[in-house]
Every structure is written in structure tokens, then in C-alpha cells.
Design a binder for this molecule. Structure first.
Ligand code: NI
Length: 251
């Protein structure tokens, strides 16, 4: 299995070697370390050099849009040329806490999609309370490579539009929460070849580990839940989602 979205550069992870070992023991053989600002982008690249089975995403998340300018974009571009950088991410729109900077968020997202297109790499999109604007923007600035909407929480109708734009969807701990009925409904309807597994660790810890730090080994619980929702074997979920991730990230 592949955890396509892990924040292993976060402060709580001073034990990455053990985290990677525990993941491997559970069959999570590959981890994509996602970044959210310039510093975490550099750290993600560094981790990918230390561990064969860690790949990186680099990019500036909408919550950190204040550090986005021509200079930081150039730095991201340099980092993104690394062989093990498999996508520009996570980037996107987030109007949940801050929505008085929508134009700046859009500008940063468009510039980073254009960078991904120039480098022939996919984008990993974060979208929170912004689906209308997101779809409009992606239609006008379409990623050239098949790309990923991470921690997808939108409707199936939005997912249909996004699939036409070349998107797949990754799901994490939320699918195990008892109040996640709408996400479960979306997973049920989506074709399995559009589904990838993620943890978004250290956040979004799945049941039964709520309250503990999340880590890539817990992808197993996401795979198990998806196998129940879609009524297919966990082996098939593991096999197909791994193929999906390998295809998307060209690994
Ligand atoms: Ni994330």
C-alpha cells in the first residue's frame, strides 16, 4: 500500500525511521511526504534522500499564502525538479478560517498549477469550504497531468466534474468516523480506480486510535473501511489503490 499524503516533516516526528519501519511491517511500503510551505518542502526533499521509499511533494498551502511571492515560487521550482518530487502539493483554497484573501489564494494556486504543468508533474489539491471557486478555477487552469484531490469531502456531483478534469481522490481517517456518512456515500459511488489511500498524519487519526498521533501504518484501517464500503476484499483495495498511486505519481 501507499500512503499518498503524510506530513512526516512535522515537529512530532522525530522518529521517522521507526515510523517507516512500522509502516512497512503493516504493508505500507511507500510514503509520499507532503509539504505546505517552503521549509517543509525542503524537509520533505531531505527525507526523500534519506529513505528509499519516501517520495516528496513541494508547494505552498493556502494557509501559508503570506509567504507566497515570486521568490518563494522560484525556490519551489528548484526543489520540484528533484527526481523524487512526484507532485506540487499541497496547494489549494481554504476559506475555513481566513477568507479575506481569496484573490491571493487563487493567484498562488494558479501559479503553482502552471509550475506543475511546466514540469509535467501532477498537483495535490487541498480544498476546504471552497468547492465552487475551486471547480471554476480548475476549469480555467486545468492541470496537464492527472492529479489528486486529497482528503476529499465534497459531493459526488463535484467529484464527477473533477473526474472529467482528470482528478482522483484520496481518503483518510475521516472514512472511519461515525459522523462521516456523506464521505462514505461518495466512496461508495466513486469507481475504485479513482481512489487512493492517505493518512494526512499526524492529523486525522482513524478509529480505533482517535486521540493518538496518526502515522502511515494506519493506512491499513482506511483500506479496511474502504473494502467494507465497496464490498471488495482488502487485498484488492490494497492492490488497486497502489496501482492508482503508482500511475498518478509515476513511481
Ligand atoms: Ni495535508
Amino acid at each position: 500500500m501507499i500512503d499518498v499524503h503524510a506530513h512526516l516533516t512535522n515537529e512530532g516526528f522525530d522518529d521517522v525511521a521507526e515510523v517507516v519501519f512500522r509502516a512497512e511491517e503493516k504493508g505500507v511500503k511507500t510514503i509520499v511526504c507532503s509539504a505546505y510551505d517552503l521549509f517543509s518542502s525542503k524537509q520533505a526533499i531531505k527525507l526523500s534522500k534519506e529513505f528509499d521509499n519516501i517520495f516528496s511533494n513541494v508547494g505552498i498551502h493556502p494557509e501559508n499564502v503570506d509567504e507566497f511571492d515570486e521568490k518563494s515560487l522560484l525556490e519551489i521550482e528548484k526543489l520540484a525538479k528533484d527526481d523524487k518530487c512526484v507532485a506540487i502539493g499541497e496547494i489549494g483554497l481554504d476559506y475555513h478560517y481566513v477568507s479575506d484573501n481569496k484573490e491571493k489564494q487563487k493567484q498562488a494556486l494558479i501559479a503553482q498549477i502552471e509550475l506543475a504543468n511546466k514540469l509535467n508533474k501532477p498537483v495535490v489539491i487541498h480544498s476546504r469550504d471552497a468547492m465552487g471557486d475551486m471547480i471554476e478555477l480548475l476549469k480555467a487552469h486545468r492541470p496537464k497531468c492527472p492529479s489528486l484531490l486529497h482528503c476529499y469531502s465534497g459531493s459526488y456531483e463535484s467529484a464527477e466534474i473533477l473526474m472529467k478534469l482528470g482528478f482522483s481522490f484520496s481518503f483518510g481517517g475521516v472514512v472511519t468516523f461515525s459522523n462521516a456518512k456523506s464521505v462514505v456515500e461518495v466512496v461508495k459511488k466513486l469507481p475504485i480506480d479513482k481512489i487512493l489511500l492517505e493518512t494526512d498524519c499526524p492529523y486525522m487519526t482513524p478509529v480505533p486510535f482517535r486521540g493518538q498521533r496518526n502515522e502511515p501504518k494506519n493506512v491499513v484501517y482506511i483500506a479496511d473501511m474502504i473494502s467494507k464500503i465497496k464490498n471488495i476484499s482488502i487485498e484488492d483495495v490494497a492492490k488497486i489503490t497502489t496501482q492508482n498511486a503508482k500511475g498518478l505519481f509515476k513511481i
